[in-house]
Ligand binder design. Structure first.
Ligand code: ATP
Ligand code: MG
Ligand code: FE
Length: 389
């Protein structure tokens, strides 16, 4: 099926177009630049930016794919989770397009869409130009990247569609989420194995970068600063790793597969304060490297253990924090040691985009799932088990 996907859950306005598992267009405009001076995404500004970016982004995606709206078989849109006002812009636009073009509408789960993107064929840049990351407020068509992991053989699925391998897990790490999922079927069986109980991983990067005076967004800044630092200079806490939280495989504790990053953030703040109080220069690179090591260590250790204990054999990585070099390195090492196959999509498909929504929409169409009503609301806390609404 030819499916148009719309993503507006946070600061990216994404329109993607797929034919089955073939990626035809992935146009993304971001309002990140407008949030930089506030040090975080401001919901009202994001919603307004979606409104302004929507039509140009749609036009560019249709042009890149070389199709017209009336040719699509369905329209998929993120219905949640995300910022309510931002979601509403995409959802209203999707309903309008579905009504005008008389096409079925699928309201889909943003987190499951992050997993669905893993089914797309390894691709060339659809625009034919050089590979490019979404940046600024400009729309861009990110394509293949040199570090993209080659995809495995296509698995047969409904109507010849590629399907996820059995026992797939997904580790989603972004500014809003840190979750490990078991995905039995993308269209009917998704289970939450663990998640953060406070800050998301990307949020921890952003807050720590602010403490270190590294600016916003903090992930790329810490990633870069850490290169010159010693990851063992400070021993920062790994949250929820004490036996009372973790229990054993036979008798798991409540937080065995959960994360917590707020204690880590406090420990970094204390370290910075101690240097400032004593008038010594803050060792920014060492703190950045040690913080990053703590986050990456506990994320990868818990993700791999949760996977092994739930019979997962293939693990997919998604979310903006997937760009982190140390995370990719340590996760690859630990997956290899545990006999887990690791799949990491190109960064342009790990961060929020419309192609992932279209990819999940195509799976829903192919599986014969009933389309959504035109009355569906935005659900800012849509649970992961609710794949479509
Ligand atoms: P959502 O949580 O809804 O997916 P989001 O916009 O918060 O949306 P993304 O756009 O996927 O999340 O990712 C942004 C986050 O990723 C930010 O918190 C940013 O700091 C973090 N990030 C980006 N690059 C890196 C990196 N190299 N290392 C660590 N974190 C990074
Ligand atoms: Mg974002
Ligand atoms: Fe996301």
């Amino acid at each position: 099926p030819l499916v148009l996907g719309i993503e507006t859950s946070c600061d990216e306005t994404g329109i993607g177009i797929v034919r089955g598992t073939e990626l035809l267009a992935n146009t993304v405009a971001s309002s990140m630049e407008e949030h930089v001076r506030f040090g975080g995404v401001i919901p009202e500004i994001a919603a307004r930016a979606h409104l302004e970016a929507f039509l140009p982004t749609l036009r560019e995606a249709l042009e890149t794919a070389g199709i017209e709206l009336h040719e699509v078989d369905a329209i998929a849109v993120t219905s949640g989770p995300g910022l309510a006002g931002a979601l509403m812009v995409g959802l209203s636009a999707a309903k309008g397009l579905a009504l005008a073009a008389d096409k079925p509408l699928y309201g889909v789960n943003h987190l499951v869409a992050h997993v669905g993107v893993g089914l797309l064929d390894p691709h060339e840049n659809p625009s034919g130009g050089p590979a490019q990351e979404p940046s600024g407020h400009r729309a861009g068509n990110p394509g293949a990247e040199p570090d993209a992991e080659p995809d495995a053989e296509p698995e047969a699925g409904p109507r010849g569609m590629r399907r996820l391998p059995e026992n797939t897990g997904a580790l989603l790490v972004s500014g809003g989420h840190t979750e490990i999922l078991r995905v039995g079927s993308l269209t009917s069986d998704v289970e939450l194995l663990g998640s953060t109980i406070d800050d998301a991983a990307g949020e921890a990067f952003d807050k720590t970068a602010r403490l270190l005076g590294l600016g916003y967004p903090g992930g790329p800044a810490i990633d870069a600063a850490a290169v010159a630092g010693d990851p063992h200079a400070f021993r920062f806490p790994r949250g929820l790793t004490m036996p009372k939280f973790e229990g054993s495989a036979q008798n798991p504790g409540k937080h065995r597969h959960n994360w917590s990053f707020s204690g880590l953030k406090t420990a970094v703040a204390r370290a910075v304060e101690q240097f400032e109080a004593s008038g010594r220069p803050v060792p920014v690179a060492d703190i950045a490297a040690s913080f990053q090591e703590a986050v990456v260590d506990v994320i990868t250790a818990k993700a791999v253990r949760a996977s092994l204990e739930h019979g997962i054999t293939t693990l997919m990585l998604g979310g903006g924090v997937a760009a982190n070099q140390r995370l990719r390195e340590l996760l690859a090492q630990r997956c290899a040691a545990a006999g887990l196959e690791l799949r990491i999509p190109p960064v342009s498909l790990c961060t929020d985009n419309g192609a992932m929504v279209a990819a999940l929409g195509a799976q829903l169409v192919a599986a014969g799932v009933t389309p959504s009503s035109l009355q569906i609301p935005a659900d800012s806390s849509q649970p992961v088990q609710q794949i479509s609404v």
